[in-house]
Design a protein around this ligand. Sequence first.
Ligand code: SF4
Ligand code: SF4
Ligand code: SF4
Length: 299
Amino acid sequence: MDTPNKIKALYNKYSIAVWAYICFTIIGIVVWIIRDIRYFFLFNGIGSSELITRIIVIRYPQHRQLMRRIIQIFIGSLLLFMLGLGFGVDFQFEHIFFDLQAGIVTGALIHGIIARLVIPFVFGNACCSRACWDGMFFEAMNSKTRCKTPTKRNPWIAWGYMALLILMTIFVARYFTNPSGDEHELLRKKWIIAQNIFIVTLGFILTFVWGSRAYCRMLCPYMTISSLLYRFSFFKITPIKSADCTQCGACSNACPMLIDVKESVRKKEKIQDPQCILCERCVSACKRNVLRISHKKAE
Ligand code: SF4
Ligand code: SF4
Ligand code: SF4
């Protein structure tokens, strides 16, 4: 193989790892300029973790899901336990509206913009499979086998739930206390505990009725926003050798978002479902190595 082809092959192999590192480092530098240097270390740390685990996965693909779970638990715990319960930073969607009513900007808006409006252009909804603290708990429960008739997403329910959350913040801030602001740190920590217990419990219950990751697929306002941008995502799950597919269906069965991966492979198409969270469960499930996260065309 000549040198340009060697470089091309190397780029194809490591492109996601390099893009993840560059993307998070740039985000870190931008937020450092706007806020302070701690954000640089936070985002550079996330990019470095993704880079390292990606390189391990290239060498040991059988550990793909283990590496992803490690990243998910690391980032999810950092956001919920260290920054949330330790420093009182609430990253939930509702808190963006508490902050707006208080006239301040905190980690909630920064997280919302980065995870739901910037990263989706490169990695789609990947934050849901690698960084969400509630997703970290939902992953512990694979209920697909327990729900016989999983229900598909209904946009009316999703947008209605989002509107309800915004109205709730207005009601609480006006008639009770707005948990935003330094003077309400203790109240905010209690709020963080209560809302996450509520979301995780609701998610567990709904999973029995609507199928796996029910809260994510049907209600989560962050998914409602980022799924609008999924079509622009540079990286998507891509069939790289559809001819090798036996239509066994293992990829579709493994998908927590109930996406018909097999059908996309049959049509030689990338996964276009806006709810794909790039968890790569379909990639791991395929014994014929048909699928990969890629920016290249489906083959
Ligand atoms: S859909 Fe919402 S709750 Fe589910 S993993 Fe994504 S951000 Fe978290
Ligand atoms: S698991 Fe692989 S071989 Fe089976 S249907 Fe999916 S892509 Fe095809
Ligand atoms: S299509 Fe694959 S990567 Fe996307 S959510 Fe389903 S299993 Fe995960």
